[in-house]
Every structure is written in C-alpha cells, then in structure tokens.
Design a protein around this ligand. Structure first.
Ligand code: PZK
Length: 287
C-alpha cells in the first residue's frame, strides 16, 4: 500500500483507503464474523478468496453494468477502485426465502412490499427472484424497505434502474453458480454513481460474505440451510454454548482448516480456476 493512503472507512472485515481524489483501495482481511461478531481467529486467505471472486464476477458482468474495479493488486486481497457517489440503499435480491425475508414473511406474508404466496417454508425457492432494498444502518441491522421508500431515497428513475440491473446480475450469477453446485440464495449489491451520472456496481459482489451460498446437493427446504463457507464455525460456536456477544471465541486449528478449505472450494467451483493459480497471478480471474 502507498505510504500516504488515508484510511477512510472500516467494515467488519474490510478496510477502505483513499489513494487520491478518484481512487480507493479496498482491502479484504482474513477476519471472519459469525452471529454478527468478528472472531479473534483469522481464516488464512479468506480475503484473497473474496477479492478473487468479486474480480471474477466484475469481469463477467460488465455488459450488464459497469463496475468500480480498476485493478487487482499483486497480493490478491486488495482492489483499486473508482471512487463513486454511493447510493444510500442496499440492493438485495432474493431467489430463496431466508434471513430477514423469511422473518418478514412469517410476520406479514410479504417482504419489502412483495406479497408472497401463502404456505411457503423457510428456504423455499421464490416463484421468481425479488428485489428487496434495505436501508444502510450505521449500527445494528439494515431495515427492509419497500419500493416507495427506496424511490424517495434514490429517485424513482434510479430505483427502476437499480432494480432491473440487480435482478439481471442475480439471474446471471445464480444460474452460473447453480451449474457448479452452489445455490446463491440471496445477495446484496452496492451501487454508486460516477462523474457522468452513470450507475456503477461497487463494493464486493457475489461473494459468500455478501450473499448466502448453499451447497446445492444438501438443499432441503423447510428449515435453515447449512452455509457453504461458515457452517463449521457456526457449529463450533453453538457447541460452546457461547452467548453470541463480543468477544467471540478463538477457533481451533481443525475448524480454521476446514473453513479455509470451504472458502477455497467455493472459489474453485464458481471460477473453475485452481486457487494456487490465483495466488500466483490474481489477474487470472479477469481473463
Ligand atoms: C464505499 N463503502 C463500504 C466497503 C469499508 C466500507 N467505489 C466506492 N466509492 C466510494 N465509496 C465507496 C466505494 C466502494 N466500494 C464503500 N463505503 C464507501 C465499505 C469496504 C470497507 F470500510
């Protein structure tokens, strides 16, 4: 990283630095969170897996929407990106009924204003993918909002555009991943606007941290599905009887190794690229 890069933001497991007026450096750490708590133990190469996957999707979706990626660093965990004016909504697409979408459905029969068929079970596939925008909470959980509220926040025309683009991105990626044995149950996109007022895809995209990845061969609707990447961590934490408040527990070596293997497996299944090839030359995901 350049000496002078100023730290401009922190996510739970990522950092953002300013390179200059037009460019940012997005760095994915090896930290992992579970039940909303960042654990003290890192998963080696997790940040590289997420960075590589995002780069892979960015390179394959430019015809759907331009994105902020300028270059992947040699370290495989940092991306140089264009600085955008970020929209104040999280652009969530759901193909399956899980998480807050399921909670909303149980309480009201709808989520983000989409009235859903009665009798749906947790993790059921939706009749068609739905756009369920949410607010960006500074603290605590994002709140799902309907199209009218999202339109107030970004403007009606921009709302229609992000809805169309987000649904298109999800349809492309979900089909691609399913052919490789991974269900992308839902995913969150963040968009920004460039100098020319064009919509641009930002942040990370279609990673296991911004999406629910489920192993397709274990899919059994009617309850919670195992997470492709984090299930060993969740099971271990549950086995401790930890109260899910900070600080989280240290992870034993076998849980770390098993979890690292799952992240690498997700990368290799989605991209078809051996992870060692990515480590040798991160640019391999862009070609
Ligand atoms: C931006 N975040 C969230 C992500 C963090 C915070 N291309 C961009 N231009 C302007 N702003 C952002 C981006 C992007 N991406 C993203 N906050 C601002 C975020 C990762 C780590 F600390």
């Amino acid at each position: 990283m350049p000496e002078a890069a100023a730290h401009v933001g922190s996510g739970k497991v990522r950092e953002l630095y300013a390179l200059d007026d037009e460019r940012l450096l997005l760095v994915a750490s090896d930290r992992i969170s579970t039940f909303d708590v960042v654990l003290p133990t890192e998963i080696p190469d997790k940040g590289r897996v997420l960075t590589g996957l995002s780069g892979f999707w960015f390179a394959r979706t430019t015809e759907i929407v331009p994105n902020h990626l300028l270059s992947l660093a040699e370290d495989g965990r940092s991306t140089e990106c264009r600085r955008l004016e970020m929209l104040p909504i999280e652009c969530v697409v759901r193909g399956y009924l899980s998480g807050s979408g399921w909670k909303d459905y149980v309480a009201t029969g709808a989520t983000s204003g989409h009235v859903l068929p009665s009798g749906m079970r947790e993790s059921d596939r939706l009749p068609e993918p739905i756009f369920t925008p949410a607010t960006k909470a500074q603290e605590g959980h994002d709140e799902n909002i309907d199209a009218a509220r999202a339109s107030e926040l970004v403007g009606e025309e921009r709302f229609r555009e992000v809805e169309r683009v987000a649904l298109e991105l999800y349809a492309f990626a979900a089909e691609f991943a399913l052919e490789r044995g991974i269900i992308i149950a839902d995913t969150k996109f963040e968009f920004g606007i460039d100098e020319e007022d064009r919509l641009v895809l930002g942040d990370e995209a279609l990673t296991p941290d911004s999406s629910r990845f489920w192993p397709a061969d274990e899919y059994t609707p009617g309850g919670m599905q195992p997470s492709f990447d984090k299930q060993f961590v969740r099971d271990y934490c549950e086995s401790l009887g930890w109260d899910k408040t900070a600080p989280g527990p240290e992870l034993p070596d076998d849980v770390v190794a098993g979890t690292r293997a799952r992240y690498v497996e997700a990368f290799e299944r989605v991209t078809g690229i051996p992870f060692d090839d990515y480590l040798a030359d991160p640019g391999v995901v862009l070609r």
